[in-house]
Ligand binder design. Sequence first.
Ligand code: ASP
Length: 351
Amino acid sequence: MPKKICLLTTGGTITMIHDTQQGGLRPPDTPLDLYKTLPELTQLETLLPEQPQLAHTEFLMNIDSSNMNPAHWQQIAQAIFARRDEYDAFVVTHGTDTMAYTGSALAFMLHTLNKPIILTGAQVPLTGGLVMDARNNLINAFRIAALAVERQLHDVLIVFGSKVLRATRAIKHSVFDFDAFTSFNAPEVARIGLRYQFQHEATAPRMKPPCQLQDNLDGRVALLKVTPGLSPQVVEAIAHTDLQGLVIEGFGAGNLPYLGAYSLLPSIEGMIARGIAVVITTQAQIGAAEMFYVTGAEFIRVGAISGADMTSSSAVVKLMWVLGNFGHALDRVKTHMHTNYAEEIDVRLLG
Ligand code: ASP
């Protein structure tokens, strides 16, 4: 049986053109005609064994994803929610730069959606000549969408290069490789090669409550990467904006300086006392903010929230979503930050 798929386009390299005058890639003035560029799109269900059927295309926006903000995430989520009964799955084309943020936002706002959402993009545009990953990624996105429908894999997934990964675990780790994304602290959902190899764990269907759209976001959240010798004045300056939440990427297992002139403890404690939620993640490539050193534990003692094994991008988006939907009371923020909504966190790490 063909699976009805809705394609939403948002821009990104995949549909960009090369502007020789401006000397760079940019979205075309009018969105690229995908059906002209890739006529096979109209016959996918007869050409592919998984039978994805491109049932509808909607050009939502046409931007470099560096220009995305939470209002764009809401627009995409609302478009999907409004069409949820008409299609079996959604494919969203998107720039790679902020794809992990958008994917996380969709995963939280639509965490009760019983349909797969597949994000894809490319390192080289569809119109980029003979060297291209765009065509592969787009076709794979449709095939994986159809397979995800069959497997009841109701997640927000990124299909890119040889990988299928959860958006909430994705990090853009390469601007060079065709495998632009890596999965942080979680196995990939599937590998793409001659066949699609799904992880056993990833195929288990999960029951979800009736679908609601929880699309409130409080965008007054920032991400700060700590470096040795970072002046506490920087944190003070950030704290005295309208900020409501701060994610700090600490060292190693969630460590931050707490001794001497560079101690961040007084500024962080002051922020928390004023009701700003502070979440600590790790700068490491593998592992979690587990605070098993005093340098991390001191910050938990004054009310910081462990980001555990979340990616910093997922933690930032989740914090916006939690503040937007569940209010600013810090104990409630902590409870929701430590609830697993979209496979973004391993709650066993929280003890
Ligand atoms: N700057 C582009 C974007 O994120 C990069 C890409 O799509 O690969 O829109």
